[in-house]
Design a protein around this ligand. Structure first.
Ligand code: HEC
Ligand code: HEC
Ligand code: HEC
Length: 132
């Protein structure tokens, strides 16, 4: 007795996580993404890179809740510079090339965050400014 509708997706997710270190580290045949580091030359992220790799989705959700639900529009300091908590206000200030950074991994992992339905990418923001 098992429910196909939950077991099959469950297995798919399990296989994904179990095999992740292998294909992520390039032991598989596919080209491994090489996310472009911030073109502005920043050297540090809001957390160590290994932590960011594993947890950036969680951090983004926490930030969104902090800002929108708890009204904490606080700043964070990275390498002596202040950023306001936010997707566009912090992450994209450094990772200003979404296509070469975020997308390079997401296309590889086949994840499509829906954030950009509403949030503007730096490229969209720039083209919007031009038309104003
Ligand atoms: C339906 C539209 C919509 C979608 C989809 C959406 N957001 Fe937002 N988000 C908003 C709005 C509106 C705000 C509020 C902006 C403000 O008040 O400054 C916001 C604020 C935020 C903030 C806090 C401050 C800021 O301006 O960045 C974060 C972080 C955030 N969203 C992350 C995400 C992430 C990550 C995703 C995708 C997983 C996402 N959002 C998807 C509409 C959306
Ligand atoms: C102050 C500039 C800055 C901000 C703000 C910033 N990052 Fe980063 N990020 C970096 C740098 C620099 C690295 C590379 C760090 C390293 O290699 O040690 C990095 C690394 C990463 C990585 C790992 C990349 C890899 O090669 O594996 C991810 C994922 C990431 N950032 C996502 C985000 C997200 C999501 C946000 C917003 C919540 C964010 N970053 C905010 C500068 C920034
Ligand atoms: C080092 C590779 C890498 C980089 C760089 C990266 N991501 Fe991701 N991201 C992933 C992987 C892999 C997943 C899905 C797997 C998971 O949930 O553990 C993911 C998932 C997400 C999710 C959750 C999507 C969902 O549907 O659940 C969001 C939101 C997200 N990333 C935002 C970003 C943003 C914004 C950037 C650029 C600032 C970024 N990521 C850069 C690898 C990366």
């Amino acid at each position: 007795m098992y429910n196909k509708r939950t077991v099959i997706p469950g297995l798919v997710i399990l296989v994904f996580f179990v095999t992740f270190p292998f294909w992520y580290n390039g032991l598989s045949a596919g080209p491994v993404p090489t996310p472009e580091l911030p073109p502005g030359g920043e050297k540090q992220c809001v957390a160590p890179a290994s932590e960011m790799r594993a947890k950036h989705m969680k951090i983004l959700n926490e930030w969104r809740d902090d800002v929108l639900r708890n009204g904490e529009r606080v700043s964070i300091t990275v390498d002596g510079k202040e950023y306001r908590k936010g997707l566009q206000l912090a992450c994209m200030q450094c990772h200003s090339n979404k296509e070469k950074f975020c997308d390079s991994c997401h296309e590889y992992a086949d994840v499509k965050p829906y954030c950009w339905n509403c949030h503007l990418t730096p490229a969209q923001l720039a083209s919007k400014k031009e038309t104003l």
